[in-house]
Design a protein around this ligand. Structure first.
Ligand code: NAD
Length: 487
């Protein structure tokens, strides 16, 4: 049995309690994870707070912080295969995806390493002749970072990178599902040479998250997860009046017009919804397709979906692996059954695969006769696509925007003027045109509505971890007159 330790104030330690981690490919327990106590959470926040005010960190130049982040990036790039293996083992995410994604995680740290000494203040052309006024951008303080189980290293990098670049310190709570890669990441971080307490990594469930996010010393909560948890977090943050950035779920439309390059659109739709076994916040899980090409598009899609290789997540040939938890699989089954009762037609998949592990096949539901089907409004977090057709551009926009979420969207058309009209009309934080699911450290990422607020990636993310200080400096040597002597 493997056993992992938590990382507080630069030390690796056992927690008093542990919980079992289950291998989603077999359903068997494979490791013991440290379950942080309230005391552990408090110690982690105290460590982050004293690191924040320590001269070692607070007086370190931004350039020096950048160099440490660059060293961390190099260590991550070296350790990527080991981290990928662990993430695959603990979450069931397939190895070909974890390998590529974690290698790219290093690029996020490189980007924020370079950005550290480019987070600038400003000088104001103030309307007073004898004053100099400028703005300092200062780190916001101790950050509580909370991540879900899918893509934990990636979702942590987009928080830790900009937060440390800005000069903050962090307590990260890894998800109780699949925390192994984060606890191993702590060991890599430890070697990079940051002062102790700058980053602390603990794990545990909702109670640990609630204690952390309501701690009075936390200045900002960076959260990725579901909208219901986000509501708890916003309520908790009322305790410390911390600011929040919330990266939540989605029900993203993938819109295909009849002039699209169909082969590209089909391939993008397959990866857009079935990659990561559908456990992706930007999953293009609503296909909004022009009626004139619906039958052909679905026939091609179905053929590809049925040819997808389902198998063990650690096999490089596998294209769809198990879902992370039994709960995820049960939710998919329940939502599909309910949608079929509401009139949706099951075109392929739809039933859990018998045997060990939490396997579920690529599934397509035709929802043209079921506009109120649950599958069109609820996020599945599984490999499930719901299809609706449209006749006109106006209908496509209306369907695309019929959602409380607003994270991502995809648009396939060769018509340039229509593309521009659609880009303006779609209510989402990301519009991918003739492509899907591309990300970069340079581009901000985030949504509206139930998909949350704040941005990760890009310069915007680093600015989220700063606060502005206005400085007024009087330049005149004349004595300040007594205010109570009338002139
Ligand atoms: P979740 O909301 O159940 O849990 C996320 C994290 O919050 C976990 O670490 C959990 O322990 C913690 N948590 C739970 N209750 C808490 C509380 N009361 N206070 C503080 N923390 C608490 O989400 P999940 O099921 O692990 O992940 C799936 C969700 O994450 C989906 O909705 C998905 O769309 C979303 N997600 C969003 C993005 C994005 O970037 N927008 C990326 C990946 C996943």
């Amino acid at each position: 049995m493997h056993s992992f330790q938590q990382y507080i104030n630069g030390s690796f330690e056992d927690a008093t309690d542990h919980f079992d981690s289950i291998d989603p490919a077999t359903g068997a327990v494979w490791a013991k994870m440290p379950d942080a106590s309230v005391k552990d959470v408090n110690r982690a926040v105290e460590a982050a707070e004293s690191a924040f005010f320590s001269s070692e960190w607070a007086s370190m130049t931004a350039t020096a912080r950048g160099k440490l982040l660059m060293r961390l990036a190099e260590f991550i790039a070296e350790a990527a295969p080991r981290l990928a293996e662990l993430e695959t083992r603990d979450t069931g995410k397939i190895i070909r995806e974890t390998s590529a994604q974690i290698a790219y995680v290093a690029e996020y740290f490189r980007y924020y390493a370079g950005l550290a000494d480019k987070i600038e203040g400003a000088h104001l052309p103030i309307d007073k002749p004898d004053m100099e006024v400028w703005l300092r951008r200062e780190p916001i303080g101790v950050v509580a970072a909370i991540v879900p189980w899918n893509s934990q290293l990636f979702l942590s990098a987009v928080k830790i990178g900009p937060a440390l670049a800005a000069g903050c310190t962090v307590v990260l709570k890894a998800s109780e599902e699949g925390p192994a890669p984060m606890l191993e990441f702590a060991r890599i971080f430890d070697q990079a040479g940051f002062p102790k307490g700058v980053l602390n990594i603990i794990t545990g469930g909702p109670d640990v998250g609630a204690t952390l996010t309501s701690h009075p010393s936390v200045a900002h909560v960076a959260f990725t997860g579901g909208p219901e948890t986000a509501r708890h977090i916003v309520r908790n943050s009322a305790e410390n009046l911390a600011s929040t950035s919330l990266e939540l779920g989605g029900k993203s439309p993938f819109i295909v017009f009849d002039d699209a390059d169909l082969e590209s659109a089909v391939n993008a739709q397959v990866s857009g919804v079935f990659a990561a076994t559908g456990q992706s916040c930007v999953s293009g899980s609503r296909l909004v397709v022009q009626a004139s090409i619906k039958d052909e598009f679905i026939a091609r899609l179905k053929e590809k979906a049925e040819a997808i290789v389902i198998g063990a997540p650690n096999d490089m040939k596998t294209e769809v692996g198990p879902l992370c938890t039994k709960r995820q699989r049960d939710t998919a089954v329940r939502l599909i059954n309910r949608s079929v009762e509401q009139g949706a037609i099951l075109l392929t998949g739809g039933h859990a695969i018998d045997g060990d592990g939490y396997y579920f096949p690529p599934t397509i539901l035709d929802c043209d006769g079921a506009p109120d089907a649950d599958s069109l409004s609820n996020e599945f977090f599984g490999p499930v696509l719901s299809v609706v057709s449209f006749k006109t551009e106006a209908e496509a926009i209306a369907i695309a925007n019929t959602t409380q979420f607003g994270l991502a969207s995809g648009l396939f058309t060769q018509n340039l003027t229509r593309a521009h009209r659609m880009i303006r009309a779609i209510r989402a934080g990301i519009v991918w045109v003739n492509t899907y699911r591309v990300v970069s450290p340079i581009a901000p990422f985030g949504g509206h509505g139930l998909s949350g607020h704040g941005r990760e990636g890009g310069i915007e993310a680093a600015l989220d971890y700063t606060k502005i200080k206005s400085v007024w400096l009087r330049t005149s040597d004349d004595p300040i007159p007594d205010p109570f002597v009338m002139r």
